[in-house]
Design a binder for this molecule. Structure first.
Ligand SMILES: NC(=O)c1ccc[n+]([C@@H]2O[C@H](COP(=O)([O-])OP(=O)(O)OC[C@H]3O[C@@H](n4cnc5c(N)ncnc54)[C@H](O)[C@@H]3O)[C@@H](O)[C@H]2O)c1
Length: 430
């Protein structure tokens, strides 16, 4: 059977990530229909997947108004559009692969669950980390009981200074009102894996954090509204747009890079297209003079069922990226780091064992290999080949979203402890 798909939103996720993965999967799946507001992205996606012109739509609403055009939809539009599109899609009979975050409103997530139950459709949420060899190995070790019962977990999400400014100061997710609070947008993945690794629900949450640095009053003297408009402090500013998008040793164009985030700045990144975009577009703005309001640092303390504690540090201004974890159990501890892809298992009284995840798989592209494996798990489900035990269903995703919304509520309320049981039953105003 060939799975047919309709892709709603052909941007970084819809086209560049899932579209590219699908092209490498041969006849297993086919993109039958697409919708994309932007002409350049729509044309590129239609051409790459050879979509028939009558099944190429500008607005996803028009696609969804038609009778069902595929087995499933991939909803890759912006955060606030997910729920409405998912409901319409399920009512038309589509199964749904839904980008995270599902929604910033518990009521909306509950409504989505109701429609899912009523229509009997599958909804898989893109918590890609669960599908990576790294987190699968970690999960397996914990389930084997290698370190006994988990008492505490400390997790750091190193966002990376340039990723922070790209997405959460200059870019798409800089404003809570337009998309989501950063703890939901960026860390629903972390909250999801914390729940999954511990196998426990969250009982209460408290959180601290703020937007303290990327604000106009922190702009150095001589900073202009745009980096390339004669800014006097460019040389000393690590957030200068040219330093990031052109000269950065890992992601800059002049270092030979052309993928994300450059393909967000310009559809076909070249020195000329990037320079033009930086001179005119949002990614060339001074990081102290953007219309951003999401936090630039936040910590979340969680009390889990059964007396286990978890601490998450959303560390935004970091030189490195990736996740670091310390998990303390009754019989040992685990220290793990996605940057090195290594897991150190320290069972008390024994020499520590180092597990090099790099040796356990070959494909680590796209979120440590998670993007492709998520898509494969979704296609397995569509093909009736069975359900991945770690499948990120909508029901599973509810817990991480609940924790993120509680964390934001706590942060805005001076770090007050929020009882999740209460929120679970009442909605808690989130
Ligand atoms: N799972 C992950 O790890 C992960 C990573 C990054 C982003 N995301 C999520 O994926 C979603 C998309 O992010 P992105 O980076 O691809 O954003 P993007 O802006 O690059 O792509 C979204 C696309 O949707 C299109 N669009 C908007 N409204 C539309 C409509 N009514 N009809 C048709 N097209 C429409 C836009 O033109 C845009 O091209 C976001 O919700 C984001 O949070 C998830």
């Amino acid at each position: 059977m060939q799975v047919t798909l309709a892709v709603l939103g052909c941007g970084a996720r819809g086209r560049n990530t899932y579209g590219t993965c699908l092209l490498s999967m041969g006849a297993r799946a086919r993109v039958n229909a697409i919708a994309e507001l932007r002409d350049d992205r729509r044309d590129a996606m239609a051409m790459e997947h050879q979509v028939q012109p009558e099944l190429v739509f500008t607005d996803a609403e028009d696609l969804l108004r038609r009778e069902r055009l595929a087995d499933a939809v991939l909803i890759c539009t912006q955060d606030r559009q997910h729920v409405g599109m998912a409901i319409q899609a399920m009512e038309k009979g589509y199964h749904v692969l839904l980008e995270k975050p599902v929604s910033g409103s518990l009521e909306e997530i509950r409504r989505l669950l109701e429609v899912k139950d009523k229509t009997g459709r599958h909804v898989v949420v893109c918590h890609v980390l669960r599908y990576t060899p790294f987190f699968r190995t970690l999960h397996g070790l914990l389930r084997e009981g290698r370190i006994g019962e988990i008492l505490s977990i400390q997790a750091v999400e190193n966002v990376g200074y340039w990723h922070m400014t790209h997405s959460f100061v200059r870019g798409n997710w800089r404003s809570t009102g337009e998309t989501s609070p950063m703890i939901l947008q960026k860390c629903c993945h972390d909250l999801d894996y914390l729940v999954w690794l511990t196998g426990k629900r969250v009982r209460s949450v408290s959180s601290q954090g703020s937007l303290s640095y990327f604000r106009p009053e922190k702009a150095p003297e001589g900073a202009t509204m745009r980096c390339m408009d004669g800014c006097k402090v460019r040389e000393s500013c690590p957030y200068d747009c040219e330093k990031i998008y052109l000269d950065h040793p890992r992601v800059g164009f002049r270092s030979g890079h052309t993928g994300w985030p450059l393909d967000v700045v310009a559809l076909c990144p070249t020195e000329e297209s990037l320079t033009r975009a930086l001179m005119e577009g949002p990614y060339g703005r001074c990081v102290f003079h953007c219309d951003n309001d999401v936090a630039d640092h936040q910590t979340v303390q969680m009390e889990m069922e059964g007396g286990c504690a978890a601490l998450l540090n959303m560390a935004c201004t970091t030189s490195r990226q990736g996740r670091e974890l310390i998990i303390c159990g009754t019989l040992g501890d685990i220290r793990a780091d996605t940057e090195s892809n290594q897991i150190r298992v320290g069972v008390f009284g024994r020499e520590p064992e180092i597990i090099d995840v790099n040796r356990l798989a070959s494909d680590f592209s796209g979120h440590g290999g998670g993007d492709r494996r998520l898509l494969e798990a979704f296609l397995d489900l569509m093909e009736g080949k069975g359900t991945d035990p770690a499948l990120t269903t909508l029901e599973e995703s509810l817990e991480s979203h609940l924790a993120a919304l509680a964390a934001e509520k706590s942060r805005l309320d001076g770090g007050r402890k929020i009882d999740l049981e209460e929120m679970r039953h009442t909605g808690g105003g989130a």
